[in-house]
Design a protein around this ligand. Sequence first.
Ligand code: UDP
Ligand code: MN
Length: 244
Amino acid sequence: ALPVIYAVTPTYARDVQKAELTRLCNTFRQVPAFHWIVVEDARARTDLVARFLARAGLRHTHLHAATLLRYKRPRSPRGTEQRNAALHWLRANRSRNDSGVVFFADDDNTYSLELFEEMRWTRHVSVWPVGLVGGRRYERPLVENGMVVGWYTGWGAGRLFPIDMAGFAVNLQVVLANPKALFKRHGSKPGMQESDFLRQITRVRDLEPKANNCTRVLVWHTRTEKVKLTNEPDPLLDSVTIEV
Ligand code: UDP
Ligand code: MN
């Protein structure tokens, strides 16, 4: 059987949320052996996301974990508690008998279908380039003789693993074998999340380069513009309530 791809998506309520989740779902539905772990940044699971997932047509788990108010600051890392909630769920609900790979899929990125077949046979931790990130057209691991020997990155080269969240996947058994490995807030330095997590579970020399020795961009760190609803009537003038 194919190893299952567990895609972990933190998500939070905002005007574009359902549109983002719809884009993601249309991609993910085409990937075989796929399990979507959607973690809402909220005190409880919302009806909007529950209804959405019920119609999404893919295997899913719906969780929630609220970000503390003090971490809801502009330069604070996002998605931390949500990714950790997914790691806890995997450790509680999956075992030595399950083959899979864990990937952190933010709700606003753009994913090529090829990416999932690249990551599926990850034995330990695999890495690949990410487009439109770090103030560059792309960032990527530098590969020599099948091994990662350096990094092409726009900033923070002092990080042990200078890589975006969308640039790696972890074998499920590695997640289970390192039960304490979590995303840390660490005084909330943005950009250290990935490196701090990866150093708990792997070494640079053990990374598996994918996407033709890290020469192909199969995922893009796109970001969605905040929508301007300047013409909303006040009070609402429509005669029905419509979910958007
Ligand atoms: N996110 C969240 N709560 C927030 C802000 C963001 O759960 O308050 C989620 C968001 O939906 C996304 C991930 O965390 O899946 C990363 O956030 P974002 O895409 O805004 O970060 P960036 O694009 O700056 O890396
Ligand atoms: Mn994003």
